[in-house]
Design a binder for this molecule. Structure first.
Ligand code: HEM
Length: 412
């Protein structure tokens, strides 16, 4: 089957020993991290260094001159060799590219996006008949409809944006070079996404009707500035936002819902905030729920020069150029040395206790959007009477590889 036409958002789970091992490793990560933080906070495995304490994880993120992002090679596959700032080191090119994108994502959009997420979620919840899969029926469709409209990318005539973006996301952030099947899918999907955005740019230019979405704003800047965006820069920026953004709420929001369902007091507080339209409190509760099962165990960095990490401490470690570092931010957010009572659910924590969206130079560009929309997607569900897990295994969150796959709840 042509991968461009696939309607399967998540690839089938890896079966056999490989799949089993991956699920076990992910499930065991919190316990393993707790042990490492105590006995071997910086663990070397071959040429990879796993960094588990809060101070060291933030040191890695803050020192981007020594710990660089490893994303460029795969980003080049997605963009056709065009640069995007996630793949760059700090410098004028990074700053210019980031600054250009910052001009077309506006703070005034955030409240509108929050309202749209809530309205879209409410329509889905109301027509669900009292039974809903939080991943595939709620968070994924809400995210893709709200963010693709905001970015200005329509659904393609053939193929699906959620399938395309999720497949490219998996390739970019969680694939092994040995996964030739995924590589083959990406070789077909990436050019299709580029062609789709190019066609939309051409359509907008020929229609001449301006649109106030991210793509429309890029085109407006191009028209008014002598040195505005080129078409290829616009396409690359929009493509990377589609791949880097919408695949993630359907991971972390259902994971947060699972954490709430495990904690009746926290769920009750979330329901109360939803019922009383206390969106600020609901956002804090969701943020705390995400701390217990964030996006991933850690983020990779490549070591650009010989560096001593945690210098002057007993765990000080020399890390050679060329090594890989995994900055385990999931572990950092549980580090009792810096996070008070880390295993307690406490929605009143201070902002620096969270590293949900990265830290330092490459901290998530969409973090303000996340703050505006993630809790609003759950709000209509939380307002339903007698919200509970579905009976049986469907009522517990399952994952396929790195992705949340299914969590069915009932109400009424
Ligand atoms: C639940 C939702 C999201 C999560 C958990 C998330 C997480 C992250 C993380 C952890 C990073 C840092 C990567 C690193 O340092 O290696 C990052 C970067 C980034 N994110 Fe997000 N993200 C989310 C949503 C979004 C959205 C909605 C957008 C855009 C619309 C977006 C665009 C980006 C971009 C462009 C970067 C690169 C920033 C840079 O290189 O300076 N993200 N994100």
């Amino acid at each position: 089957m042509n991968p461009v036409l696939s309607d399967q958002v998540l690839r089938p789970a890896a079966t056999g020993p490989k799949g089993w091992l991956m699920q076990k490793a992910l499930a065991a990560a919190p316990t393993a991290f707790a042990m490492l933080r105590r006995v071997r906070p910086i663990l070397r495995v071959g040429s990879t260094y796993i960094v588990t304490r809060y101070d060291d994880v933030t040191e890695v993120f803050q020192n981007d001159a020594a710990f660089g992002v490893p994303y460029k090679a795969k980003l080049d596959v997605l963009t056709g060799g065009e640069p995007f700032f996630l793949g760059m080191a700090d410098g004028p090119a990074y700053r210019t590219a980031l600054g250009a994108m910052s001009r077309v994502f506006k703070r005034e959009d955030l409240a509108v996006l929050g309202t749209k997420a809530e309205m879209s979620a409410r329509a889905i919840v109301q027509s669900s008949g009292g039974r809903i899969d939080v991943v595939a029926d709620l968070v994924r469709p809400v995210t893709f409809s709200v963010l693709s409209e905001y970015l200005g990318v329509p659904e393609p005539a053939e193929g699906r944006l959620d399938v395309w973006a999720t497949r490219l996301f998996e390739f970019q952030f969680a694939s092994s070079p040995k996964d030739l099947a995924l590589q083959a899918e990406v070789d077909a999907i990436a050019p299709a996404v580029r062609a789709h955005i190019d066609a939309e740019i051409a359509r907008r230019k020929s229609s001449g009707t301006p649109a106030d979405d991210v793509l429309g704003r890029c085109l407006a800047l191009q028209a008014e500035a002598a040195r505005g965006f080129s078409d290829v820069e616009i396409r690359t920026g929009i493509l990377c936002m589609i791949v880097g953004g919408p695949p993630q709420p359907p991971m972390v929001v259902p994971q947060a819902m699972e954490q709430l369902l495990r904690r009746p007091a926290a769920l009750k507080a979330a329901i109360k905030a939803a019922e009383t339209n206390d969106d600020a409190t609901l956002a804090l509760i969701l943020r705390e729920a995400m701390r217990f099962d964030p996006l991933a165990p850690g983020l990779p960095r490549v070591v650009l020069k010989d560096t001593v990490l945690a210098q002057g401490t007993r765990r000080q470690t020399s890390i050679p150029r060329g090594a890989t570092v995994i900055a385990a931010f999931a572990s950092a957010m549980k580090d009792a040395g810096r996070i008070p009572a880390p295993s307690e659910f406490n929605a009143g924590r201070r902002p620096h206790e969270y590293i949900l969206f990265g830290n330092g130079l490459h901290q998530c560009f969409g973090r303000y959007i996340n703050g505006a929309i993630l809790h609003m997607m759950l709000k209509p569900l939380l307002r339903q009477p007698d919200l509970r897990r579905e009976d049986g295994p469907e009522g517990n969150l399952t994952k396929t590889g790195i992705f949340a796959a299914r969590l069915v709840v009932r109400f009424g």
